[in-house]
Design a protein around this ligand. Structure first.
Ligand code: NAD
Length: 288
């Protein structure tokens, strides 16, 4: 398969490098010039002969701008596979525009972070036509370990932001419960042993425990170096609230989590830290 890859940043570069081991890959990025990937001079040059064009970009506005540029240049029947995390509306608008150019589009945001991108162990949540999903499935199998088809265009983004809204809320709940336990004189290990095997268990507690030295290895054991950065959690929580407003869904916990991560990242010391460093925030505070 001939693949064009646009957006060769932290995630895109290792994903493109994995594909280049078995496919003909040409890449483009406005700034990044990673080694080991054949580079083209523009997004259009990358896209014009490709069977599949993959984009891995920062946000929906940039995705829309790149789509405007490349769709008219792409081969009829080619697939635009967007793996960025963007708002549902941008994903759906790009898919409609692709159809108007006789192209197919799949939105397939990922979870797994830079480690997953490097090791080829990402999870893809995909929206778009079933036959296009089947055509790009072999690429998902190279870049990741799991790909779930979630329905029509935009549903990959919908799945991602719903998952991450749960994650943001449960991480905050886990952190505040640890600090309450501290103040009640409950040992953290005892707290973990009970909660991780009781009805309060969650991925945040069991697999990614925010308390250092407790549970399996996690960013808490590495000075809260990300991992999954608080800034990216804030991005996803913002997207969840944009989607909730557009769909008229009542999401008070998601909104509270967004507000707390905004405060943590924008006004406190959360920027650049793992999202589980929220524990340290609660440790420093009291009720009054
Ligand atoms: P990044 O900022 O490292 O990479 C984005 C790249 O896009 C940059 O190299 C930038 O120069 C390039 N770019 C911007 N505008 C462009 C344009 N018009 N044409 C070509 N290239 C352009 O970001 P990242 O960490 O690689 O994340 C990419 C996407 O993946 C984001 O949507 C992010 O939310 C999502 N994501 C990231 C992670 C993570 O852990 N980093 C995890 C899951 C999902």
């Amino acid at each position: 398969m001939k693949i064009g890859f646009i957006g060769l940043g932290n995630m895109g570069a290792p994903m493109a490098a994995n594909l280049a081991k078995t496919h003909d890959v040409t890449g483009f990025d406005t700034i990044a010039k990673p080694d080991g990937i054949r580079l083209a001079s523009s997004a259009t040059a990358t896209a014009k002969d490709a069977d599949v064009v993959i984009t891995m970009l920062p946000n929906g506005d940039i995705l829309r701008a790149v789509a405007n540029e490349i769709h008219p240049a792409m081969k009829q029947g080619a697939i635009h596979l967007d793996c960025s995390t963007v708002d549902v509306e941008s994903a759906r608008a790009v898919a409609t525009q692709a159809e108007n150019h006789d192209l197919q589009a799949i939105d397939a945001p990922v979870s797994g972070g830079i480690g997953g991108a490097t090791n080829g162990t990402l999870t893809f949540m995909a929206g778009g036509p079933e036959d296009a999903f089947a055509k790009v499935k072999p690429l998902f199998d190279i870049m990741g370990q799991k790909a779930v088809h979630c329905g029509p265009a935009g549903n990959g983004q919908a799945a991602k932001i719903c998952n991450n809204m749960i994650l943001g809320v449960t991480m905050i709940a886990t952190c505040e419960a640890f600090v309450l336990a501290d103040k009640l004189g409950l040992d953290r290990q005892a707290m973990f042993d009970v909660v991780s095997t009781s009805s309060g268990y969650s991925w945040s507690m069991n697999a990614y425990c925010p308390a250092p030295g407790i549970g399996p290895q996690s960013p808490a054991d590495n000075g809260y170096k990300p991992g999954f950065a608080a800034d990216l959690m804030l991005k996803d929580l913002n997207l969840s609230q944009i989607a909730a407003e557009a769909a008229n869904a009542d999401t008070p916990m998601g909104e509270a989590a967004r507000d707390l991560y905004a405060q943590f990242v924008e006004q406190e010391d959360g920027k650049g830290q793992d999202f589980s460093a929220m524990l340290r925030r609660f440790e420093k505070r009291s009720r009054t």
